[in-house]
Design a protein around this ligand. Structure first.
Ligand SMILES: Nc1nc2c(ncn2[C@@H]2O[C@H](COP(=O)(O)OP(=O)(O)O)[C@@H](O)[C@H]2O)c(=O)[nH]1
Ligand SMILES: [Mg+2]
Length: 320
């Protein structure tokens, strides 16, 4: 077990960063020590979560945002979470092509992560990846994800600014509403504004916001874009920056991150218990109930689980 040196990561060496991401993505045991060493250097980037149905134009939009921010001199790192690509696989072909625009640029770093085949821990792996990018001092970090499932919602909640991408006749708003994304979005983007139905979608969105939005100091803006024609992109970067300024000036950024910390401790503990205990369950079953096929068949799952649970609890309390 070898923990990578952190200096090259802190100095923004992209090769070192990519290597470190592989360690956290594979959930190798050494990732914990690595993250412990790097944690002190995190917390300074603007983390942006971009979510919405597949095909809505998220990647096209991200591509535009990168171009806009690079023009201003901001560095940008991207994590694309893609449920359709295998865990070890790269980006979807389309994403690759769109992102090729930035391939030669040192101020841009792109990484994709699949969800299929992942042994859970996706939100932890993603959060660690984002922190590695923070340690490498990227100004903006974008997480692109399809807004489905609990772990993706968890991922979104770790962002400072959350943007939901919708498109006319997409029918995806109800989906987002059900998934609980409407409530947490700080910004709404209606992409594919070249298609008919933008005004209608905007109206529907405003109506829904009346129900879901909790009045506060920030009113989520609704913006229209045509990503493929690079229209409205500058306005999106400005709105995202405004939200970040709002977070900083109101101390809300610190509050958000603090409120996430307790949730994170619990998640990390559960992740570790799950991975460490799974092999022990087999062991326990053998010890308590034997391992012949007949014995396995006779098992009552409720009783077996109860028995093992009690044995473990007994051991834990005995040690205290
Ligand atoms: N008409 C139109 N098509 C777009 C727009 N933005 C993206 N697309 C197209 O929509 C498809 C999906 O885009 P992509 O960025 O991959 O969406 P993602 O799955 O949300 O990342 C691609 O064929 C894009 O060219 C837009 O503003 N207008
Ligand atoms: Mg995409």
């Amino acid at each position: 077990m070898e923990i990578p040196k952190i200096d090259p990561i802190l100095n923004g060496n992209q090769r070192a960063l990519a290597k470190a991401i592989s360690i956290v993505e594979d959930r190798k045991p050494e990732h914990r020590e690595l993250m412990k060493q790097l944690y002190a250097y995190t917390g300074n980037s603007h983390i942006i979560g971009i979510t919405g149905s597949p095909g809505g134009g998220k990647s096209s939009l991200v591509n535009g945002l990168v171009r806009e921010w690079r023009r201003k001199g901001d560095t940008v790192a991207i994590v694309a979470i893609d449920p359709t690509s295998p865990f070890s696989g790269g980006a979807l072909l389309g994403d690759r092509i769109r992102m090729r625009d930035h391939e030669e640029d040192d101020g841009v770093f792109i990484r994709s992560m699949g969800t299929r085949g992942s042994l859970g821990g996706l939100s932890e792996a993603c959060q660690d990846t984002v922190r590695l990018m923070e340690a490498a001092k990227f100004d903006r970090i974008i997480i692109e994800t399809v807004g489905v499932g609990q772990s993706e919602l968890d991922i979104m909640k770790t962002a400072d600014t959350i943007a939901l991408v919708l498109y006319p006749s997409g029918g995806d708003m109800i989906q987002a509403f059900k998934a609980g994304i409407m409530e947490i979005a700080d910004l709404f983007i209606i992409n594919k504004a070249d298609l008919p139905g933008v005004e209608q979608l905007k109206g529907e969105l405003e109506d829904l916001l009346h129900i879901t939005h909790i009045p506060g100091n920030w009113e989520p803006p609704i913006l229209a874009t045509i990503s493929t024609e690079k229209k409205g992109i500058k306005e999106v970067t400005e709105a995202l920056e405004n939200h970040h300024d709002h977070l900083l000036s109101s101390e809300e950024k610190t509050e958000r991150r603090l409120s996430q910390k307790e949730v994170e401790i619990e998640r990390r503990l559960v992740e570790r218990l799950k991975t460490d205990f799974a092999p022990l369950i087999q062991q326990e079953l053998k010890e308590t109930e034997g391992q012949t096929p007949e014995q396995a068949e006779q098992r009552d799952p409720y009783e077996s689980a109860e028995k093992i649970y009690k044995r473990w609890m007994k051991r834990i309390t005995a040690k205290e």
